[in-house]
Design a protein around this ligand. Structure first.
Ligand SMILES: *Cc1c(COP(=O)(O)O)cnc(C)c1O
Length: 355
């Protein structure tokens, strides 16, 4: 028998990631919060130009894309760090800040990568249950801070519940956080928020040097398959992120696509507007059918299905509609193209009729 070479028990305790079943051609994939629209022509063109040069390594400093992002959000380029998706940037942050015995606080349920990446970094996950209404329980999160806390994640809008944090409550929370504890505001879905008073992490950065804003090109910008995301922070934290980063994970294709995407924000915003309109339409239809749906500020809806979750998920997949289901809790349904959403609405109307 081969010798078991895994020395870290924590690794054996981690789940093997199971990507939602990739459905056949007739199926509708509403399981990963992807942008349903294909690439914009100018972005496609920029990526095509890069195709001839892939015998060369990408720019390690990613200077061009970092300077374009910096200009876009109004900071110095030294404050921008990139990674292969903001999931990787979150991982860089954990590795830069936390080690064995250190604690990382995050809301729960939230982004599934938080507890996994925390353990990979060797730190201790401290999940804090969401409050009634599926909001972050900021009082409980502040109360969970100890001498060992190094990093706290806020996820707004929260994946998978779609709830958003407001500026006043976040300011109040930050006042309770020691200055040497970093607060990462994960804004993967910020483009889909039109809520008045919703927090904008960028506005916190000016007077809170311990805040890091995480953003991605995977959702609103539709570049999930190319892998690029970024952090905006103090220059010192940003330097540390670059120190721990695995070299060259952000490909030249991803860098060029991101640069091109920031030049066509208006067209992208139009698509975001269409997704928001569809979100409202699907929400209204499902509430009308009798489902409990959390009001969402992202590109997905959270159906509170509790013990009925497996049955509802089966009803969806039997109609070729693939959502993300958490047994015993609920179902996250991404917003797709209108015809995809129609399929989901129809499948759910059949499922509720069976109750
Ligand atoms: C999708 C997502 C991300 C980023 O995903 P990447 O593709 O790695 O950029 C980050 N945070 C949350 C909460 C997400 O849902």
């Amino acid at each position: 028998m081969a010798k078991d070479v895994t020395r870290r028990d924590v690794v054996r305790g981690l789940p093997l990631y199971q990507q939602g079943i990739i459905p056949g051609s007739d199926a509708v994939k509403l399981s990963s919060n992807e942008n349903p629209f294909g690439p914009l022509p100018s972005v496609y063109e920029a990526v095509s130009r890069t195709l001839s040069g892939f015998n060369r390594y990408p720019s390690m400093g990613a200077e061009e894309v970092r300077s374009v992002i910096a200009e876009h959000v109004g900071v110095d380029m030294r404050q921008v760090a990139v990674g292969a998706g903001s999931t990787e940037v979150a991982s860089q942050l954990m590795h830069a800040l936390a080690g064995a015995g250190d604690e990382i606080i995050f809301p729960w349920r939230s982004f599934e990568a938080y507890p996994i990446l925390t353990q990979v970094a060797g730190a201790t996950p401290v999940p804090v249950p969401l409050a009634t209404g599926l909001f972050h329980d900021l009082d409980a999160m502040a109360a969970a801070i100890t001498d060992r806390t190094r990093l706290i994640f806020l996820c707004t809008p929260n994946n998978p519940t779609g709830t958003v944090l407001h500026t006043d409550e976040v300011e109040e929370f930050l006042a309770k956080v020691p200055e040497d504890v970093v607060v990462a505001v994960d804004e993967a879905y910020c483009h889909f928020t039109k809520e008045e008073g919703a927090v904008d992490g960028m506005s916190l950065l000016e007077h809170r040097p311990n805040v890091v804003v995480l953003r991605t090109f995977s959702k609103a910008y539709g570049l999930a398959g190319l892998r690029i995301g970024f952090a905006i922070s103090s220059p010192e934290i940003s330097d540390d992120l670059r120190r721990v980063a695995t070299p060259f994970t952000v490909t030249s294709l991803a860098q060029q696509a991101a640069v091109a995407s920031l030049a066509v924000e208006e067209e992208l915003n139009e698509r975001v507007g269409q997704i928001i309109a569809e979100r409202t339409r699907v929400f209204d239809a499902l509430v009308e059918q009798g489902w409990t749906v959390s009001p969402s500020h992202a590109n997905f809806l959270w159906l509170v299905t509790g013990d009925d979750t497996d049955r509802v998920d089966q009803a969806l997949t039997s109609q070729g509609v693939y959502a993300r289901c958490w047994s015993g809790e609920g179902i996250r349904l991404s917003i797709g193209l209108p015809e995809d959403n129609d399929r989901a609405i129809e499948a759910l109307s059949q499922a509720i009729a069976e109750v």
